[in-house]
Design a protein around this ligand. Structure first.
Ligand SMILES: Cc1cc2nc3c(=O)[nH]c(=O)nc-3n(C[C@H](O)[C@H](O)[C@H](O)COP(=O)(O)OP(=O)(O)OC[C@H]3O[C@@H](n4cnc5c(N)ncnc54)[C@H](O)[C@@H]3O)c2cc1C
Length: 528
């Protein structure tokens, strides 16, 4: 069949764009088709209200792979990180607060306000995480081995992993296994005694996951959040100047500079398959584009269930795809305010260090467990865990002078509510969140100029993510590495020849990392 393109990429999420850029750089004729009017998927900046440029979905960065920034020369296209220091601030109901960040002395003194023992233990805990990260991080940009294949390459890779695991040493290796499979809470309970510190750290263990910190699998979510870096400093999260859309726009610019073609408002309705080979796509309006390879950056449910005929896929593969967990946990609330929130426990005016990082409302680990209890019975959490960030504290390009954007990531919020719908509940939920913030920061409610409340079904509708799952599928062990998206297909290939996957549905999963797109491009180029 004559092809106009060497590769068609479905979806201009940042991963699809990374794949497009690497393939175009290698000389492929590449077409990217994006259903929305802008590129970026969940990594976007939108002017939601005049003068306010909002990172509507993802809001902080650390995970984006440094090799991608370098290879694609993203700084040339406007990519710039703004490191956050301090990186977190947790106010407590008793009027105290905990501030933490890359400044080790400040963090030590802050933790010591609650426990001298914890202040001493914290650097050792960070060292332990660093040693586990040294083992795991290289795997982010490797294709996972297939445990069901006896090929020499696979056996070699598995053997190398075993060797690197051994090199961690017995003590750290035990902790590594617990981090990969276990719950965050017992780990934190063993390392620390102050609930204030544990609750602050535990928020990272559950963010985006429909699980409380006592559930197995949450330790990995915690760990996933420490594997990145900001300007070369590991574990530090930052804002991106101009909002998260700058990440996607800079990758798109790089891809275009290598010759890739990107079309927006191009909603793919079908992947075209004949005799077991993918040969193109048809848009919902019927327009067809042909290519010798089709690469999907959409999630596995969208790719295989919505865009394909079941008859073109093996039944056992499809049933594995249908078992992927897309449960969702979060509501995103973006708020424009006419002044920064001022906290009772740290009174002041204007912007202070408390506004630089993530402002957590989560007094202790039990608070998170109770918040989850509501959600597991189909209700939104009456006392939800709230993470607020205010990128405008460090980036004056996002809002009119003196005004700010508060980005709230709030959980738990099940996709299906019992006996009601999100259409009915979303404003009630946001009002409850605002009431809680008001308790800690009086005056917050009267500072609000605009808000947009995005519960899971709206996330699904807006960003095409099944179930509103922010990671294109759960990040539990049964859905990670060699099992992502499903066992036997973690090498970015699919049962259909010429059809590949490149989005967060693949290893190493969700987050603005670009690693899925990078790994996919490498495998596609390997197939030639
Ligand atoms: C609310 C929210 C907050 C988050 N916060 C953070 C954060 O702060 N930091 C972080 O690192 N990560 C965060 N994440 C996760 C991160 O944003 C995602 O994991 C990541 O952006 C996924 O990128 P992707 O390119 O793999 O897929 P996506 O961003 O999902 O992109 C897939 C693209 O495919 C398009 N598409 C789907 N179907 C079709 C079709 N039929 N035709 C054409 N196009 C199609 C979609 O429109 C989309 O553009 C957040 C996610 C959400 C939703």
């Amino acid at each position: 069949m004559p092809s106009n393109y060497d590769a068609i990429i479905i979806g201009a999420g940042h991963n699809g764009l990374v794949t497009a850029a690497y393939l175009a750089k290698a000389g492929y004729r590449v077409l990217v088709l994006e259903r929305r009017e802008l590129v970026g998927g969940c990594c976007i900046t939108e002017e939601l209200w005049p003068g306010f440029k909002v990172s509507t979905a993802a809001y902080v960065n650390s995970l984006l792979r440094p090799e991608i920034i370098r290879d694609l020369e993203l700084k040339k296209y406007g990519f710039e990180m703004l490191p956050r220091s301090p990186s977190s601030f947790t106010p407590f109901p008793d009027g105290r607060y905990l501030m933490m960040g890359p400044d080790k002395e400040m963090t030590h003194n802050e933790i010591a306000k609650f426990s001298k023992k914890d202040a001493e233990a914290y650097p050792k805990y960070e060292d332990m995480l660093t040693r586990v990260a040294d083992f795991l991080e290289p795997m982010l940009t490797q294709t996972p081995p297939n445990p069901f294949s006896m090929s020499l390459g696979n056996l070699w890779q598995l053997g190398k992993m075993g060797w690197n695991f051994k090199a961690m040493g017995q003590a750290v290796a035990g902790e590594a296994v617990e981090i990969l499979t276990g719950a965050a809470r017992p780990i934190l309970d063993r390392w620390f005694e102050s609930e204030q510190l544990k609750a602050t750290i535990a928020t990272d263990a559950v963010i985006g996951a429909f699980a409380p910190p006592s559930h197995p699998g949450t330790a990995y979510v915690l760990f996933h959040h420490v594997m990145g870096e900001c300007n070369g400093v590991r574990g530090v999260w930052g804002y991106v100047r101009g909002g998260m859309g700058t990440v996607s726009n800079s990758i798109a610019s790089a891809a275009k500079s290598y010759g890739a073609e990107i079309r927006t408002n191009a909603d793919v309705g079908k992947i075209l398959v004949k005799d077991g080979y993918a040969y193109g796509v048809a848009l919902k309006d019927g327009t067809e584009f042909l290519a010798s390879r089709v690469i999907s950056g959409a999630d596995a449910h969208v790719t295989f269930v919505k865009l394909m005929d079941a008859k073109d896929l093996p039944a056992d593969f499809l049933s594995a795809i249908n078992r992927i967990d897309y449960s969702s946990a979060t509501v995103k609330i973006n708020v424009a305010v006419d002044r920064p929130p001022q906290f009772k426990c740290l009174p002041g005016e204007g912007i202070g260090p408390q506004h630089h990082g993530t402002m957590h409302i989560c007094p202790d680990q039990d608070y998170i467990e109770h918040a989850y209890d509501d959600a597991k019975y189909g209700r939104w959490s009456r006392n939800p865990m709230i993470e607020c960030t205010m990128a405008t504290a460090l980036d004056n390009t996002l809002a009119p002078p003196g005004k700010h954007i508060v980005s709230m990531f709030v959980q738990y919020a099940p996709y299906h509510l019992k006996d009601t719908t999100w259409e009915v509940e979303k404003d009630k939920f946001a009002d409850r969140v605002f009431d809680i913030v008001e308790e800690y920061a009086p005056g917050f409610k009267s500072s609000v100029l605009h808000r947009i409340v995005i519960p899971p079904p709206d996330m699904e509708r807006m960003w095409g993510i099944t179930g509103g799952n922010i990671m294109q599928g759960s990040m539990s062990l049964s859905n990670m590495a060699s099992f992502r998206p499903v066992a036997g297909y973690a090498n970015y290939r699919t049962p259909v020849k010429g059809l590949y996957m490149c989005g967060a549905a693949t290893h190493p999963g969700g987050g603005v990392m670009g690693a899925c797109g990078l790994n996919a491009a490498r495998e596609i180029l390997r197939d030639g």
